[in-house]
Ligand binder design. Structure first.
Ligand SMILES: [Zn+2]
Length: 445
């Protein structure tokens, strides 16, 4: 049912809106929509009112959306850091709640990438916002899904005031989105010669170390779903010519689909500057048998201000770029998929984001986390238990080139053990586009 109709009905039935806050800002409206996606209740729909009799009153002495570093205080409350005005406190009296914790701004701050937006000068050599410079790193919360926790706290408060509220079932469950960026279809002669020099085995010289079929076979054996992203052209040391490789890509796409997985597009390095070539996208679509509506930026070269407009204009419905290249964890403070905020037009984007939690290279690279395989697996397992506890999607990127060759030989077990552990822990493996059915259709909007 349409959200406006629900609100009209609730008003007619005399049920109060939930939150009293002095605001009519588009940022709050965006969070209102998000909360109605995540929380369900027979008693109310989340909306804002100036009525001091509302269930929850957030005392907000000033507008927090100043788009500068004049942020509200970020203080600890019951083991969780929140944006607030003064020492954080919550008072429950006569089934009403009064608080100086700004739940709406706290959620907006992380979900929108507000800190990245107000700090456009902080970028690495590839124009990416580095995790090491993030607000989350500053407060040691990169691997904590704070947005999920803010919503849980809010739900508990609503219950304390004798109202029924729940986080919707699909937001409580753990899902696993396994993704593969196909930067290369085959290993280069340079790679093969290097391996041959090391092993002195002729087999190493003729073998394709990056064979995509290896991943397909793993997934077939494990009975799990995943998403494969193909590039549109040869560019900056990656990619391939679609015309000369059309037969191979088409055969791979058939094998991928035959085991229940799907294909998508790996947007080129220069997407932020040049957008996505729609002609090449159509061409890839013809080869794959379906024009992709899902994908990820090559090099995770992604920007909260520029990427989503490009994706909306191209017709991309699901993106999985939202992680840091240099660190694992929750770039948007959440494991839940969400529709991002459009800072330029102050509204919601059409595309959905599945935040990327772990990229293989992030763990191993000496310029990023520089972990040993054992440490890498430990960090994955820890993050996986966070998502298991609070629901959402564990989005993992593992390249087809991260096997067999060089140091990756030592990481193969990490990949396979991660998938085994996810299966044993009750994760439901989904294709990226499946979120449109799971999360979009059942949100009461
Ligand atoms: Zn890539």
């Amino acid at each position: 049912m349409n959200g406006t109709i629900i609100k009209m009905l609730i008003t007619l039935l005399g049920v109060q809106f939930l939150i009293s806050v002095l605001s009519n800002s588009p940022e709050d409206r965006y969070i209102e929509q998000f909360l109605n996606y995540v929380i369900e209740s027979d008693d109310f729909s989340i909306g804002f009112t100036g009525d001091s009799n509302a269930l929850i009153t957030i005392s907000r002495p000033r507008n927090p959306y100043s788009y500068d570093l004049n942020l509200p205080l970020f203080k600890e409350f019951e083991g969780l850091k929140v944006f607030c005005y003064g020492d954080p406190n919550i008072c429950v009296k006569d089934k009403k709640i009064r608080t100086n914790i700004d739940f709406l701004f706290s959620i907006f701050f992380f979900l929108s990438g507000y800190y990245e937006h107000i700090n456009p000068h902080i970028r690495d050599g590839h124009g990416r916002f580095p995790g090491i410079a993030s607000f989350q790193t500053l407060h040691n919360i990169v691997e904590i899904p704070v947005v999920n926790q803010y919503v849980s706290l809010l739900v508990n408060l609503i219950r304390k005031a004798d109202n029924h509220a729940e986080i919707r079932e699909q937001y409580r469950k753990p899902y696993f989105s396994l993704t593969h960026d196909i930067d290369h279809l085959s290993s280069s002669m340079f790679t093969r010669v290097k391996e041959f020099q090391k092993n002195k085995r002729l087999r190493k010289l003729i073998k394709n170390h990056f064979d995509v079929n290896r991943l397909i076979d793993f997934e077939k054996d494990l009975g799990i779903n995943s998403s494969y992203y193909f590039m549109l052209s040869k560019n900056c040391g990656a990619g391939y010519n679609l015309s000369t490789n059309s037969k191979l890509i088409s055969e791979l796409a058939d094998s991928i689909k035959s085991i229940g997985c799907n294909t998508g597009v790996h947007y080129s390095y220069w997407t932020l500057e040049k957008s996505i070539d729609k002609g090449l996208l159509m061409k890839l679509g013809t080869i794959l048998g379906e024009t992709p509506k899902n994908g990820r930026h090559h090099f995770l070269r992604f920007d909260v201000d520029r990427s989503y407009r490009i994706l909306d204009d191209t017709g991309i419905l699901v993106d999985t770029s939202g992680g840091y290249a240099d660190m694992i964890g929750f770039r948007f403070g959440t494991s839940w998929p969400f529709r991002p905020f459009d800072f330029a037009n102050k509204c919601v984007h059409k595309v959905w984001e599945i935040p990327l939690l772990v990229m293989d290279i992030t763990l191993s690279s000496s310029t990023y986390m520089n972990l040993r395989p054992e440490e890498g697996f430990e960090r994955i397992a820890k993050l996986m238990s966070e998502v298991n506890a609070c629901g959402g999607i564990f989005c993992l990127l593992w390249h087809n080139s991260s096997f067999e060759y060089g140091e990756w030989k030592d990481w193969e077990w990490v990949y396979l053990k991660t998938l085994e552990k996810a299966k044993q822990s009750g994760y439901n493996f989904i294709r990226d586009v499946d979120i449109l059915k799971i999360f979009e259709d059942c949100n009461g909007q």
